[in-house]
Design a protein around this ligand. Structure first.
Ligand SMILES: [Cu+2]
Length: 155
């Protein structure tokens, strides 16, 4: 009898552990892809060498045209824009674009206090501070302020 009860306990513990890790990985939600479509020839000509280090399909003129018309450029974005994490988890942001971006948690003046370590070079990954409180947090790229993500932090 003891033996079967302890076996059940092990099975239940395994199910609980599996369910727990499944719910974390099913979210796949602690990672954000930072994206843009900068065309290196025109961006580097306009901004400077190295401004765009990956092959994208939007010229600098097209970028400015869309920005002027809509105050944003849709291809410059965080994917996904909405994430859910638990307290204690942090979000990593990989720059899959060609320009430098930031992934900065914003409440008020964070974008005015950036340092070199906040810059996410093309092809690199940045890990934000672990979330410490339940609630809703907002992140943005301080260079392209329409690039935003909303993070729901659960207990
Ligand atoms: Cu950006």
């Amino acid at each position: 009898m003891y033996r079967s009860l302890s076996s059940i306990g092990i099975v239940l513990a395994t199910i609980a552990f599996t369910a727990c890790s499944d719910s974390i990985s099913a979210n796949a939600n602690t990672h954000v892809s930072v994206q843009d479509q900068c065309d290196p020839a025109s961006f580097n000509a306009a901004i400077g060498a190295g401004a765009c280090s990956k092959q994208g399909n939007m010229t600098f003129a097209q970028f400015n045209s869309e920005l002027s018309a809509t105050q944003q450029v849709a291809a410059w974005r965080f994917v996904p824009p909405n994430l859910t994490v638990r307290v204690g988890q942090s979000i990593t942001a990989t720059n899959d674009g060609g320009e430098v971006h930031t992934f900065t948690e914003v409440v008020a003046p964070e974008c005015h206090a950036l340092t070199a370590t906040d810059m996410i070079a093309s092809g690199t990954t940045f890990t934000a501070d672990a979330e410490t409180t339940v609630g809703t947090e907002h992140y943005q790229c301080c260079i392209h302020p329409w690039m935003r993500a909303t993070v729901t932090v659960t207990g």
